[in-house]
Design a protein. Structure first.
Length: 475
């Protein structure tokens, strides 16, 4: 049997600049499938890294003649890219089993199977064990009815099998299958953060989140349970990427790995391996966590953590409470100050477009950001992703005005507020970026900062047409 995993041709999120991430989702699935069944021929095709277009993808499918095709589980804004991939597969051979998965298709399983005949099976939730059993059932020509965690068609009906229990010990998972993309692994990069020669790997330290933010699909997708890999297992994977592929920039993909004992132990593990001075790693952290565990920030910096993203979201306690974020605006300023004092690049993410937002409240957010003065700020528009509490609320109240999944990228306005139209929300996003990146004082401070990483980042940003790209959204 032949199984083909595909990273399809797609557009990148321009706010991130020039970056090419490894397709972690399918690399994990491929490695797990390989570990459980040595008799299956597995290939991973990264169209992005190989610079293949849709016609070349079609030729590859024709040449490989797979029995199963599964595209990378992409964000909601790339849902049509997944569908287009599977449509192409069915064009080549209608008998190929096509599989979709990930958060978007898990949340929209019924709707997606009703809408897209190109999709044969949707794997809901955690995919490793389900994928192995599904392929096994196909090989044995047995019914899919015993495979938990899938939705599929049978005799004209759409069936949803019971959910699959979560993997108890994530340490048991093999390292992602970078050997499947060994010929292009040196092309993965994130230019704004680490340049184009540092190499780039995504490291999964945990799955799930114990918090319940209304706009986040992560916690619900993982059943509201946080499961972490051991610090040793995470450091082993970091060292593996460094030693085998020369990768020096490592992104902890977790929405909330959290600080505290696990992070402290991870730092010890990285230092023990002797790679702390030669790698840079990035993570996302809550502001209250930074304050609570500020005693380990210096250790993190010495272990190679040079960049932290903080989900600030808003300056307003009312908005933060509506998001169920459970942080305070005053925590933001303290957290940013602590990061900077410890030589860690402090990035903030902000959200506009909450239902109560007005032009005045967003102007106040801009002033708040100026006062907090993060090293870097990313502004986003509140987006009702399927599977979130926000989506259910917005759908029930008729707030959603744009049902084009391609626009669910956090830079297109999907909903109005009580006082702002979608077009006005879009204009407010541009004003936020213009206020932040258009500041000559901020640009000067960034270009000549004592922090080498900040200098490099601002010089890179100076070469990008971010404001122009945002302005083009209005055309």
């Amino acid at each position: 049997m032949r199984v083909l995993f595909v990273e399809p041709p797609k557009d990148f999120w321009f706010i991130m600049g020039e970056y090419l991430p490894p397709p972690l989702g399918i690399l994990q699935l491929a490695a797990y499938l390989e570990s459980k069944n040595k008799n299956i021929e597995i290939e991973v095709l990264d169209c992005q890294a190989k610079q293949l277009d849709w016609k070349e993808l079609e030729k590859y499918i024709e040449s490989f003649q797979p029995d199963v095709v599964a595209p990378n589980a992409l964000a909601t804004c790339n849902a049509y890219t997944v569908v287009r991939t599977l449509e192409l597969v069915k064009k080549v051979n209608p008998n190929i089993l096509t599989i979709a998965g990930g958060q978007h298709f898990t949340a929209t399983a019924q709707e997606s199977l009703e809408t897209y005949p190109e999709i044969d099976v949707i794997i809901r939730g955690e995919g490793e064990q389900t994928f192995v059993e599904l392929v096994q059932a196909l090989g044995e020509k047995s019914s899919f009815s015993r495979v938990n965690g899938i939705s599929f068609r049978h005799k004209g009906k759409i069936l949803h099998n019971p959910p699959r229990p979560l993997i108890k010990n994530l340490d048991d998972l093999p390292f992602p299958g970078y050997h499947f993309v060994e010929d292009v692994v040196n092309k993965y990069h994130f230019k704004m953060m680490a340049g184009s020669k540092a190499g780039y790997a995504l490291i999964e330290g945990s799955r799930g989140c114990s918090h319940r933010c209304t706009f986040c699909s992560q916690w619900k997708h993982w059943a509201g349970i946080w499961r972490g890999k051991s610090p040793k297992r995470i450091a082993d994977e970091m060292e593996f990427c460094y030693q085998n592929y020369g990768i020096r920039f490592l992104w902890l993909t977790d929405d909330n790995f959290g600080l505290g004992k696990n992070t402290s132990s991870l730092c010890d593990e990285i230092v023990k391996r002797g790679i702390a001075d030669d790698v840079m790693w990035f993570m996302q952290v809550r502001s209250d966590d930074i304050i609570k565990h500020q005693d380990i920030l210096n250790k993190m910096r010495k272990a190679g953590n040079r960049w932290v993203l903080v989900g600030v979201e808003s300056h307003s306690s009312t908005t933060l409470n509506a998001f169920r974020k459970r942080i305070r605006p005053e925590d933001t300023k303290t957290a940013m100050k602590l990061l900077k004092e410890n030589g860690i690049f402090a990035q903030a993410t902000l959200i506009i477009g909450e239902r109560k937002d007005t032009a005045e409240s967003i102007a106040n957010l801009r002033e708040f950001v100026n006062d907090v003065d993060p090293d870097l700020a990313i502004f986003m528009i509140l987006t009702p992703f399927p599977g979130t509490e926000l989506y259910e609320t917005a759908k029930r109240n008729g707030w959603i005005e744009d049902n084009n999944w391609a626009n669910y990228d956090m830079v297109h306005a999907i909903m109005p507020t009580e006082t702002l139209t979608r077009e006005e929300v879009q204009e407010e996003l541009y004003k936020c970026y213009r206020n932040y990146y258009g500041s000559l004082g901020r640009r000067f401070k960034g270009l000549f900062s004592k922090n080498k990483l900040k200098r490099k980042t601002y010089r890179y940003l100076a070469s990008q047409g971010l404001l122009k790209e945002l302005k083009n959204l209005f055309r």
